[in-house]
Design a protein around this ligand. Sequence first.
Ligand code: ACO
Length: 312
Amino acid sequence: EDPALLAEFEARIARGESIEPKDWMPERYRRQLVRMMSQHAHSEVVGMLPEGNWITRAPSLRRKLSLLAKVQDEAGHGLYIYCGTETLGVDRQQLLEELITGKAKYSSIFNYPTLTWADMGVIGWFVDGAAIVNQTALAKHCSYGPYKRAMVRVCKEENFHKKQGFESVAALAQGTPAQHAMVQDAVDRWWWPTLMMFGPPDSDSPNSAELLRWGVKKYTNDELRQRFVNLTIPQAQAVGLTLPDPSLRFDEATGNWVFGEIDWNEFWQVVKGDGPCNRERVAARRAAHEDGEWVRAAATAHAEKKAARGAT
Ligand code: ACO
């Protein structure tokens, strides 16, 4: 690669300019973005499954409407981000192949089961809350234009997801003793996996240095995780729920909440395909893809017919 081009590219990033699809970029930058954006798109699409599981069992029409809207938003986010990867010259078909054959990564969080209705509220509060912390940083600072712009809209929708989740959690927490116990149990199950969403610790994050240097990431995994913890603890206190970490304490000196050790063995096990629901999730996506074959065939036939008509 031409050192002069690389120097100009890095100078543009230092000036805070956005890199656009037709601009020169190092191959490594392009590949890092394809990796990160495709994993993100897959996460949105697989993320529909744990919540889709509860749509038919929502306890009221109002709850059903917001859950349905949220799951549809996630489909939209996935499509939006897949379009973003296409600006980098990758074929969406190839990315989908990698997802349905279990080769692609997607967020670890979606490999946990949704056991009760309270999980819907806690996912909105924790998981979408974590996504907001991660993605507002991308919306504000990411050096790749199409990804940055996609995140602006995605974050607006994630905010609605988080609010509907927290409101549902608050209602259950103030409900009957059984409802309170159900939501506390959901909090206990989702807290640690949510902290894992931010990725491995900085000391064990091979991609961070390059992504920080090229302005894709603005903050490290540990910085964003800490920010999420600091934001969420007062919210838990406000609704009278506890977090399953006996070592949580506020550190006056740093203004941070200090939390206990994350089980990184569990994290890597889930990332490598061996979490509670990995096989089920990939199988569900594969079945959806295969069931949709007739739609793709019909759309292709229609496009061919239209093109042939246009040619005569
Ligand atoms: N789940 C699955 N895999 C993960 C996770 C996770 N929570 N965190 C890290 N990994 C993987 C990385 O993809 C990387 O693997 P790879 O090199 O084979 O791709 C490996 O673990 C090491 O991690 P890092 O070097 O720290 O990776 P990176 O610097 O890319 O940071 C992060 C990971 C924080 C997820 C980053 O890619 C990111 O911010 N992505 C955009 C946001 C996103 O994808 N969110 C998805 C969930 S939110 C939602 O969809 C609602």
